[in-house]
Write a protein that binds this ligand. Sequence first.
Ligand code: ADP
Length: 271
Amino acid sequence: MPRIFTSAGRDKAAAPSAHPTATPRTAGLDLAVRLDAVTKVYGRGESAVHALRGVDIAIPRGTFTAVMGPSGSGKSTFLHCAAGLDRPSGGRVTLGEQELSGLDENALTRMRRDRIGFVFQAFNLLPSLTVEQNITLPLRLAGRRADAAWLAQIVDQVGLSGRTGRRPAELSGGQQQRVAIARALVTRPEVVFGDEPTGALDTMTAKEVLGLLRQTVDGLGQTVVMVTHDPVAAAYADAVLFLADGEIVDRMAAPTVERVADRMSRLGAWA
Ligand code: ADP
């Protein structure tokens, strides 16, 4: 299984010259998203908030990453910067081969529409559109036609066959989130970013949706990066990044619910 490489977790004082940058450690890997020395400062002067303090991370294609950390640790800021929803104050974000900082607003908007999928806590479906119209909306906005075979495959994959003519209000919460996942997949994006995608779902439905995200990684080779506060959700990922005070302080491979919960409590998340 591919691994996620980060400078976090190493003893920086021990051998600072061994890996002077992230580059040698990630050379040759097929990366979906990469952050180099990314900082984000909100406000100025005395009221400045350093939300990200130099984040280095490289996420290989076809992996599932969870991002955790106490409230205010920078998870949303990380996601927004990585997904091109917000611009970092410093450093570089690279999606596939494309560095985002070089893009103007129009190009960034196109990039988000064409190459990034989003799944939010609140589904964000358009109520007047059918399931199929919601799923294909990103393509229509891009002036592209849906590939019928691909559409059928993802509709089947998310378990919505036979329901494509319905409207969101006729579906359960779990089914609505499946529509949102299908919509996120329809453009074959570089990365699907999830912001607490199971936050509004009951436990059983959340497990189904997490299993589906896992399946998109294992079956379709999709890359998924998901912010969550839930150790059960994080345990579906290949690796968990832990943020604290704007820095990646740890990375856990092959996470289990117990180990994630233990790590979070040691970060003071539930003190
Ligand atoms: P998390 O998602 O882990 O709760 P955030 O990324 O939302 O953390 O926030 C990180 C820090 O940045 C917090 O101190 C938060 O108050 C601050 N912050 C986030 N967004 C803004 C903003 N738009 N303006 C000022 N401060 C912000």
